[in-house]
Design a protein around this ligand. Structure first.
Ligand code: MLT
Length: 404
């Protein structure tokens, strides 16, 4: 009889956003008259911008003509896109990243789940608590997390770095030495940002202790304050210790289009083994690339017009973030995030648990959010709202919450 990967059996429940979707669907079925406002999963609501739509149409026309048709994409992605990324996302910010260190993919979620394959099964990971669940769950599937304690919500072999009000939701260096460190800034779920000085201490720590930082910068477009790095490669020495993951989902609205990329610098080596070459080998073997049409749409985000249009989308959502942040504050809630991030992280009221608060908002206001405890034990007593709704819905959600 064949054997399954037992590690899957260790995973408690379903993926956080699947659990929420099921709960909300059940509620909607028994309450068909209630119009729900969904500010749970960070899914965008605004249409693709004009330059992106034009590029998509143009690429479809190319695919319809034998003379301009494209089959398989190059392993790393088309150079027309990788060159633009290297220039606009890195060179312009003073980062020393070249196009052949950039791997185009169908999104940051897949890359952040897959990247752990480069590392040995007995490596120890360190994650922030609360944390985007993909980092932990993908390591559980790979057998790296140990066993789960339902009483505490901790995995025995994972090093947790609490992110609390006391440290401004930016983790302190871990007490134990990990091999892999997952960082996400601006942070999902707390919305916290990290200063360049503080990120430099992480880079120095990783270089001194032989760790790799997996840096998820999917929300960098939302940075509005100075001295907040957009890329970890703004820090000195980061090419030797960090992998960075980026997304087109949250800035250009590609959640349904699918495009992202991962940077694995050539300087990142374990002894004389290049992680960049390993990731290239993996890409070549397991992946046939994001579609040509989609990569053309990605390229369109980097023209002058494209960049302005992406900025317009980000501004739209940041206006929602302000509405939600200030509205909740005005009602007496303790609120974080929302300034360099599309996520608003609030404390539940009256000592309610995160899931009780989820039910409370759903039943009393018809507003769907995400319970903080779903992101890890330190998220208990907190709740996340996203600014990715429409302007009208963001305002209406606030009015409903105020009326409770
Ligand atoms: C979230 O809501 O945390 C994100 O949308 C999840 C994701 O990007 O995969």
């Amino acid at each position: 009889m064949y054997k399954i990967n037992d590690n899957y059996q260790k995973l408690p429940g379903s993926y956080l956003f699947s659990t929420i979707a099921k709960k909300v669907a059940a509620y909607a079925e028994t309450n068909p008259d209630k119009k729900l406002i969904r500010l749970g999963i960070g899914d965008v609501t605004q249409p693709l911008t004009e330059p992106v739509i034009r590029a998509l149409h143009g690429a479809v026309d190319e695919m319809a003509d034998g003379a301009t048709f494209h089959g398989y994409a190059p392993d790393l992605g088309y150079s027309f896109l990788r060159e633009k990324i290297a220039k606009c996302d890195f060179e312009e910010r003073g980062c020393n990243i070249s196009a052949d260190e950039i791997f185009v993919s169908d999104g940051a979620k897949c890359d952040s789940g897959n990247i752990q394959e480069l590392f040995a099964a007995d490596n120890r990971i360190a994650v922030c608590d609360p944390v985007y669940p993909v980092y932990v769950d993908s390591n559980v599937m790979a057998g790296r997390a140990g066993s789960y304690d339902p009483a505490t919500g901790f995995w025995s072999n994972v090093i947790y770095m609490p992110c609390t009000e006391a440290n401004g939701f930016v983790a302190d260096l871990p007490a134990e030495r990990p091999d892999l460190i997952y960082l996400c800034f601006p942070n999902n779920p707390t919305g916290a940002a990290i200063t360049k000085d503080r990120l430099q201490t992480w880079v120095d720590y990783a270089n001194q202790n032989g760790c790799v930082i997996i840096y998820d910068a999917a929300y960098e477009a939302y940075i509005s304050e100075p001295d907040i790095p957009h890329s970890i490669y703004e820090c000195e020495g980061a090419e030797a210790c960090a992998i960075e993951i980026r997304s087109f989902s949250k800035n250009a609205g590609f959640t349904g289009v699918r495009l992202g990329y991962t940077v694995v610098p050539k300087a990142l080596k374990c002894g004389d083994v290049s992680l960049r070459d390993m990731w290239a080998r993996r890409h070549g073997t397991k992946y046939n690339g994001a579609p040509y049409i989609v990569q053309k749409a990605g390229e369109a985000c980097y023209s002058e017009e494209g960049r302005a249009s992406v900025r317009g989308l980000v501004n739209y959502y940041m206006e929602n973030a302000r509405t939600i942040y200030e509205g909740l504050k005005g009602m007496g809630y303790t609120v974080y995030g929302g300034v360099n991030s599309p996520y608003i992280w609030l404390k539940t009221i009256d000592g309610m648990s995160s899931w009780d608060f989820f039910d409370y908002l759903l039943e009393r206001a018809g507003v769907v959010g995400t319970p903080g405890s779903g992101f890890g034990p330190a998220g208990e007593g907190y709740f996340r709202l996203t600014a990715f709704g429409t302007k009208d819905n963001s305002k209406a959600a606030l009015e409903r919450i105020a009326r409770i």
